[in-house]
Write a protein that binds this ligand. Structure first.
Ligand SMILES: Nc1ncnc2c1ncn2[C@@H]1O[C@H](COP(=O)(O)OP(=O)(O)OP(=O)(O)O)[C@@H](O)[C@H]1O
Ligand SMILES: [Mg+2]
Length: 607
């Protein structure tokens, strides 16, 4: 530390050196130089003569950046944590708590209008439209259609009931006509059968089998698998094979919708959701089902705030338990419980209550993005210290990692050209930091590049979000421009590229978001368009959220610094950097010699 012994005062030279260091800290992180000088002057005045020894990067660097972020004029519209928090919008009517109010609400109308504006804007230039009239939105997903529910359903390899309890073995009523013989089928156990017959997978991945066995043995377990590793099956399969209802806590509206739609529509598995955006009648029909002596629903998806705040929900859980119909609790994206994680959700903290209130009901926690500290935190907060831990490496060998410097003059043109030259007609996601950025990028791609694109952020109403997601999922649009409100857990197999138009706030977030690419195991690209200035935007964003709490801001800045270091790195293997972040040792030769080397390893090989 640069000080002298003169009553905490520095000599002039020391002071100038420290000021230069602070200034370069601010400009390195992309802040405007004039603003940085002004703010530095204020900080020096604030510390006064007696506090000069504290005017160092080490002592007041974060405070300086925080102040600078506060002074920076931002005209960006961030997704607030509350909005991104799943469906939450606690301010809105809670349909679950107000079952008597059958309101086809003004709120929904307003949401629809917001999206209509967007739609109208698109239609001026593009020859496609987005339908979101109420009758077209898939709200009948709650259970499979009455025609199939509870009946024997025809599957490719024979006839099998769509779900069964542990005591009832699946009934094979016809010899197989597909690639698997009747004898082979008979040799399979419940897990294989369900995986093949219901989910149409050829086999279970090794860790999936272990996870299913552990869950069926009634143990608490903690599953760490890479993005796209197949975590969902680890709880969906036991849910189908167990008696009663499995409660799945999941953080994002998009994720819940994706899962429930897929379970019900693709696999005929009775699944339901409860969230604050449902109308009272929709919530009532789910609750009515769950109040039955033996509910047919196998998986109930809920948002964390439901667990944190709804007495009605707790009563429902207790009655399910009393009937022997509460199978297990699943905490998907469990890293959200830890405030040291990149995606902390305050409501996730209340999930420890589940084990406290229902000590005999097993808990399964799953995540793809937890550092060693976050892992410890998860077990502690969920009160499952002795959970069986199942873990596999986080590497995604089919993904190529790359960083390009953003063109300061015309970054939109650069982005458009990049997509047209390298990802023409391929499905992709472009991540943006703010709502405005999402809309600007989306409009540019539609209007100037004729690339069918829709945007998704927490400001859209639930119906609009569903409509956008569906259009993209069905390849009716090529690209979705999104904030982090979209992403976690989303499973579209053929996403060939994920471009970050602004860097993520943290490495974990980046791994999570880029993990939407290549879930069909085919080569795919994860690319960041980087400029220093994005760090200063993140600092502003952090200050907007919980960043005014000093500890949160410090953690946020630390995470953003690591992200920036990843982007600025010109030599080290990017894959190695990502995996190292999660405590994994990785030999970069694997990247260099693999079929999808990162940009830095490619450069090394080309020398
Ligand atoms: N045993 C299997 N065989 C073949 N494909 C599988 C198998 N298990 C899962 N999959 C497929 O892998 C893809 C990813 O699965 P899933 O969405 O469960 O990943 P995840 O681990 O939850 O990832 P994320 O962390 O991103 O949420 C899905 O398309 C799923 O159908
Ligand atoms: Mg998942």
């Amino acid at each position: 530390m640069v000080t002298n012994s003169n009553n905490g005062k520095k000599n002039d030279m020391d002071m100038e050196t420290e000021k230069a260091r602070l200034l370069s800290l601010a400009t390195d992180f992309g802040f405007d130089e004039d603003a940085a000088r002004l703010c530095l002057h204020q900080i020096v005045q604030l510390y006064g003569d007696d506090g000069q020894e504290f005017v160092t990067v080490e002592h007041c660097g974060d405070d300086y950046l925080a102040r600078l972020a506060d002074c920076t004029q931002v005209d960006e519209d961030w997704d607030t944590p509350i909005e991104v928090d799943s469906t939450s919008t606690r301010a809105k009517n809670d349909a679950f708590e107000n079952l008597d109010q059958f309101c086809e609400s003004e709120e929904e109308e307003a949401e629809t209008h917001a999206f209509d504006d967007l739609n109208e804007a698109f239609n001026k230039d593009m020859d496609f439209d987005v339908e979101i009239s109420a009758d077209k939105v898939p709200f009948q997903w709650l259970f499979p259609s009455p025609a199939t529910q509870g009946k024997t359903t025809k599957y490719k390899d024979g006839l099998i009931t769509p779900f069964c309890s542990t005591s009832i073995k699946p009934t094979i009523q016809e010899p197989s006509t597909g690639g698997i013989t009747f004898d082979q089928l008979q040799a399979l156990d419940d897990f294989d059968l369900a995986a093949i017959a219901i989910f149409k997978h050829k086999s279970l991945r090794p860790l999936q089998r272990k996870a299913c066995e552990t869950a069926m043995a009634g143990k608490d377990c903690f599953i760490l698998m890479p993005t796209g590793g197949g975590k969902s099956l680890c709880y969906q399969l036991p849910a189908i094979l167990s008696q009663g209802v499995t409660i799945v806590v999941s953080p994002l509206l998009s994720l819940i919708q994706d899962q429930v739609i897929s379970l019900v529509e693709k696999f005929d598995i009775p699944a339901a959701l409860i969230n604050s955006h449902q109308t009272s009648s929709q919530a009532a029909s789910v609750i009515q089902e769950l109040r039955k002596q033996s509910p047919s629903c196998k998986l109930l998806y809920v948002t964390p705030e439901k667990i944190a705040s709804s007495d009605t929900f707790w009563t429902l859980l207790k009655s399910l338990q009393a009937k022997g119909q509460l199978a297990r609790f699943v905490i998907d994206e469990a890293h959200c419980v830890s405030q040291w994680g990149h995606d902390f959700r305050p409501d996730y903290k209340a999930l420890g209550m589940l084990k406290q209130q229902f000590p005999r009901i097993p808990v399964m926690a799953l995540t793809a993005t937890a550092t060693q500290d976050v892992r410890k935190d998860i077990l502690k907060i969920l009160k499952i210290p002795h959970a069986f831990v199942l873990e596999m490496g986080f590497d995604r060998p089919n993904l190529t990692y790359e960083v390009l410097l953003k063109d300061p003059k015309d970054s939109l043109k650069q982005l458009g050209q990049l997509i047209m030259e390298r990802f023409s007609s391929q499905s992709g996601i472009i991540y943006c930091l703010s709502k405005n950025e999402c809309m600007d990028v989306c409009n540019f791609l539609n209007q100037k590049c004729r690339i069918k694109t829709l945007y998704y952020h927490a400001g859209l109403g639930s119906r609009a979000r569903i409509a956008v997601q569906r259009k993209w999922q069905r390849n009716e649009v090529q690209i979705i421009c999104a904030t982090i409100a979209f992403g976690m857990g989303i499973d579209k197999p053929d996403v060939r590229f994920v471009i970050h138009n602004s860097m993520s706030k943290a490495i974990e977030g980046y791994y999570q978001e880029s993990g939407r690419a290549g879930r069909d195991d085919l080569p795919s690209t994860c690319l960041i368009l980087f400029q220093k200035k994005d760090f200063s935007r993140i600092a502003c964003l952090l200050r907007m959220g919980q960043g005014r709490r000093k500890d949160r801001f410090k953690v946020g800045m630390e995470q953003a610094r690591k992200m920036q270091a990843y982007c600025a790195e010109k030599v080290r293997c990017r894959r190695e950097m990502l995996l190292e972040h999660f405590g994994e040792t990785y030999n970069r030769k694997l990247c260099q010699k693999g079929i999808n080397p990162c940009d830095n390893c490619r450069k090394l090989s080309n020398r």
